[in-house]
Write a protein of this length. Structure first.
Length: 67
């Protein structure tokens, strides 16, 4: 699932984000969402979130648990 819709992301969701410093390379960082920072319902580059470890970036992928 992509990270462009705010309704798909909640606190505690595991995601892959791209940090501001990594936007050119596209390197992804995995973590768990602490706060959602984007107020609009969608964003073309991904919803901006803060992870539990304090890193901030835009969600590129929502990681779904394997069942």
């Amino acid at each position: 699932m992509n990270g462009k819709n705010r309704k798909d992301i909640t606190a505690g969701t595991e995601v892959a984000i791209v940090l501001k410093a990594d936007q050119r390379t596209g390197k992804l960082t995995r973590g768990v969402v602490k706060d959602i920072l984007t107020n609009s319902s969608t964003h073309p580059h991904g919803i901006k979130v803060r992870l539990l470890d304090g890193q901030v970036g835009r969600v590129q992928e929502i990681i779904t648990p394997k069942s």
